[in-house]
Design a protein around this ligand. Structure first.
Ligand code: PLP
Length: 476
């Protein structure tokens, strides 16, 4: 399997060649040159596989330059019941992503049972093992530089802790993360993890990452890399749980399932789109946004208008607070018939801060063929859903999952099972849970006293040179 750029102007590459790369040289995103098809016979044979067995079957179609035995070992080490141990009482943690039926025909797929209680662990944990493997093979090292307001940073740190050849430098806005998120990250004692609390806001952290990455001499001298959501391996790893969720929700491959996906950067639902293109019988992919509705607006109108930073709202589902969706370009590439020149034209506008309009075109009418519908959920919807789910089903869902449920239910077809992806656990968002339910969320075992653990972090000014000095002093 080779990988091509959405802008059609970069040489094709293998999986391990793009694993550590960010954007393709022409500024596009990597995608497989074609989507492998899953035959009805394969689908039947996969139905009863364990999570790691299924992950191997799916991923070996995309990863053809790691020997099968090695890939299997990496996958088996990633998806274990010890790592995904927070399953709800009564669920089988060994399922890794158990399906919890709220009522007949309505389930939530538990993707947040990993170490940081958010679905990003599903892909990031595999990324950690893949990075370590490829770096060791090539005799290389990597310094991962990232900016986080919470979820991505902790997920990356828990995936990379203790990995040979990898150091993590994670910037976060000093004093601005929740107490739980801060404790999760800053209590890590692994010597390869460096938490840098920047005196500033999240945008300052992101600007510093950009500025350091644009210093090409520094970047190559210190082997700076990233783990952001455009990384192809992250999307690939997420395809697996659509298959797992489909099998859990159905008894035969004649049936269809719809998935509802709380969305921000379009990474999660992009994996669902690819699973559907491979032949998984998905009826609808229901995209849910919060108040930051740039994606809902596109699916409703055909106009994609990225927002400015100033327009981006801080909400109670903060991991979906985006101004533009970094993975969306992958979907639009398929929508325009994989025409790289067309994508180049559209993103020429996006990169200049402008909008593009596909309304009235044949491209836009294809969103139905791709199974997409969308909707938006705002703070009052999310509170109402959290309350209703608690009252009716005695289950706490987090704010993002509540957005997915709100929008999913609005599109529900009574004849098709609806599976809502649970992208985080309620424990991460105690303030909003308290507002909705008048009580604190339950904490998974082992995390009760996490705020009391000693914390390790360095406070630095919001200055790229200070960060560069820190990296230089801690890279040997
Ligand atoms: C990252 C995240 C999302 C958004 O996922 P995308 O892949 O960016 O669309 C939704 N919910 C939670 C809890 C997240 O951490």
């Amino acid at each position: 399997m080779r990988y091509i750029s959405t802008r059609g102007n970069s040489p094709a590459r293998s999986f391990t060649e793009i694993l550590l790369a960010g954007l393709a040289p022409d500024g596009g995103l990597y995608l497989p040159e074609h989507y492998p098809k899953v035959s009805p016979g394969e689908l039947e044979a996969w139905r009863h596989l364990t999570y790691p067995e299924l992950a191997f079957k799916v991923l070996e179609k995309f990863i053809t330059d790691i020997p099968a035995h090695d890939l299997k070992t990496l996958i088996d080490r990633t998806y274990t019941a010890e790592i995904y141990c927070n399953a709800r009482a009564g669920d089988d943690a060994g399922q890794i992503t158990p399906l919890y039926w709220l009522e007949p025909g309505l389930g939530i797929l538990e993707l947040s049972n990993g170490p940081t209680l958010a679905f990003k662990d599903m892909a990031m944990q595999l990324l950690g093992n893949l990075f370590e493997y490829v770096l060791e093979k090539n005799g290389e090292e990597l310094n991962i530089l990232g900016a986080t307001s919470g979820d991505t940073g902790s997920s990356a740190e828990y995936a990379m802790r203790g990995k040979r050849g990898i150091r993590v430098f994670m910037l976060s806005p000093h004093g601005k993360m929740s107490r739980f998120q801060t404790a999760q990250m800053f209590s890590l004692a692994d010597p390869n993890i460096h938490n840098i609390a920047v005196k500033g806001v999240f945008d300052d952290c992101q600007d510093i990452v950009k500025s350091v990455s644009n210093d090409h001499a520094f970047k190559s001298k210190y082997k700076i890399g990233t783990v952001n959501s455009i990384n192809w391996a992250r999307v690939a790893a997420q395809i697996v749980y659509y298959f797992k969720g489909y099998f859990a929700a159905t008894e035969s491959n004649e049936q269809q399932v719809s998935f509802s996906v709380p969305s921000g950067n379009f990474g999660n639902i992009c994996a669902g789109h690819i699973a559907r293109m491979m032949g998984l019988p998905i009826r609808q992919l229901i995209l849910a946004t919060n108040e930051n509705d740039v994606l809902d607006e596109f699916f409703m109108t055909g106009v994609y208008r990225p927002r400015s930073n100033a327009e981006t709202r801080s909400t109670s589902s903060p991991s979906m607070d985006i101004s533009k969706a970094s993975n969306f370009e992958r979907f639009v590439f398929d929508l325009v018939g994989r025409d790289g020149t067309k994508v180049q034209e559209l993103w020429g506008k996006v990169d200049a801060g402008a909008a593009f309009d596909l309304s009235g075109t044949a491209h836009y009418s294809r969103i139905k063929d791709f199974g997409f519908v969308s909707g938006k959920s705002v703070h009052t919807d999310r509170i109402k859903t959290i309350r209703e789910v608690w009252q009716k089903h005695a289950i706490m869902v987090d704010t993002h999952t509540a957005d997915g449920l709100t929008v999913g239910l609005a599109h529900r077809d009574p004849d098709v099972p609806l599976v809502c992806l649970e992208t985080a656990l309620a424990a991460k968002f105690d303030e909003t849970i308290l507002e909705a339910l008048g009580r604190e969320p339950e904490r998974p075992a082992g995390l009760e006293g996490i705020e009391l653990l000693p914390q390790r972090f360095t406070v630095l000014t919001a200055d790229a040179n200070a960060i560069k000095d820190f990296i230089a002093n801690h890279s040997h």
